[in-house]
Design a protein around this ligand. Structure first.
Ligand SMILES: [Zn+2]
Ligand SMILES: [Zn+2]
Length: 389
């Protein structure tokens, strides 16, 4: 192994106790999206104690931060390590973002201590509200990444992967407006908003048979009526459309709109569709940067799993259209364990979770080092970024 990479590994091992404390603090203080005040302050202070300067509220987002090594605040190229730290309602760190933050902190410190003669620098970007809030999108729109050249993070998972496809996502609210009437005495005078909702739901369910496997549609009815003896005058539901590229996501969404319109026509109810912001883009993958990650994972003895075809969405998708970005994963549970669960949260604190944290910090730092020191890799990363949709 390259002697600097060996030193990076040794730095991470030396920091192990501190990194576990970071992960544990977040685990014990779960905060949901845009409420991560404790996490933002704790991480900023931690970085300052380790020779970084941290700007809180970066990009105008209160619970975001930008930490850079005091010895090299600026420089190009610049690698950004992303720290997520939002939790989920009810299940705490059921998505394991405490481990994401700790791994990126470890990567930033270990690479920061080995910048030496290396050209360029790095940054640790605290990116709040991944779970639906799209913190990375706000930061990217505010220009936080304008002087950065590549972004990376590692998500705990059931698989060890250098990267995988992600779905782009549109979320929207559907409402139907009918006419209330006595359901027994004068049903003929009513317009049934629940029938409209059920028809829309069934139209969408039938559409599902005709869509590609790289798309998903799912939803719930949030308001189904007020009493069984009143023809429902108002119903509402929430739906997601997801797909692996932006064009197909938007195409499926248009078809879903028609399913809803048809239900309105059939029942005579009025309808309204409200698209929620932000809309998530699928990830624009960068094969050369993923290959570099894979090589570093393998050098650390991680056996990379095959892709199992299961997909989620993340705001790193949008970010990956601003600059080359990777989203590798590190296994902390067996494949049958679901994400967004208490068991998954507990796994971040297990021996396996801790081992994955250190390995992730190492391969992120090593990949950052590859990127900063190889003009040839940077060129291939740039070409791939310009080429792929
Ligand atoms: Zn999640
Ligand atoms: Zn997550």
């Amino acid at each position: 192994m390259d002697p600097v990479k060996s030193r990076i590994g040794a730095e991470v091992d030396a920091l192990a106790g501190d990194l576990f404390k970071v992960s544990e603090y977040l685990y014990n203080n779960p905060e949901i999206g845009y409420q991560e005040f404790k996490a933002c302050e704790f991480l900023s202070r931690f970085m300052e104690e380790h020779g970084f300067k941290s700007e809180r509220g970066t990009g105008g987002v209160q619970t975001a931060f930008l930490a850079r090594p005091a010895i090299r605040l600026k420089g190009r190229p610049c690698v950004a390590f992303l720290a997520e730290y939002d939790a989920l309602p009810g299940v705490g760190h059921g998505c394991g973002h405490n481990l994401i933050a700790a791994a990126s902190v470890g990567a930033a410190l270990a690479l920061g201590r080995n910048l030496g003669e290396v050209q360029g620098t790095l940054a640790l970007v605290g990116t709040p509200a991944e779970e639906g809030g799209g913190g990375k999108i706000l930061l990217a729109e505010a220009g936080v990444f304008a002087e950065m050249d590549a972004a990376m993070m590692c998500h705990p998972s059931r698989l060890n992967r250098p990267g995988e496809e992600m779905f782009g996502r549109v979320k929207f609210k559907v409402e139907f407006f009918g006419e209330a009437a006595h359901a027994s005495i004068s049903p003929d005078r009513g317009v049934n908003a629940l029938d409209a909702m059920v028809a829309a739901y069934n139209n969408i369910s039938m559409l599902r048979q005709q869509i590609r496997p790289d798309a998903r549609i799912h939803g719930i009815i949030t308001h189904g009526g007020d009493a069984p003896n009143i023809i429902p005058q108002y119903t509402a539901g929430l739906f997601y459309v997801r797909a692996a590229n932006r064009k197909y996501r938007d195409e499926v969404y248009k078809k879903v709109e028609r399913c809803i319109e048809a239900a309105a026509v059939a029942t005579g109810a009025g309808h309204k569709i409200e698209v929620g912001q932000p809309t998530f883009d699928p990830i624009k993958r960068n094969p050369p940067l993923e290959e570099a990650t894979r090589a570093n994972m393998e050098a650390l003895g991680i056996s990379v799993d095959p892709d199992d075809g299961r997909r989620g969405s993340s705001d790193i998708g949008n970010l990956s259209f601003y600059l080359p970005a990777i989203h590798p994963s590190a296994a902390i549970v067996d494949p049958e364990v679901p994400g967004h669960s208490k068991i998954f949260a507990e796994a971040t604190m297990s021996p396996r979770g801790k081992d994955a944290l250190l390995k992730a910090a190492k391969f992120l730092a090593m990949t950052g080092y590859d990127y900063l020191t190889s003009a040839e890799l940077r060129e291939r990363v740039r070409e791939a970024f310009q080429k792929r949709e």
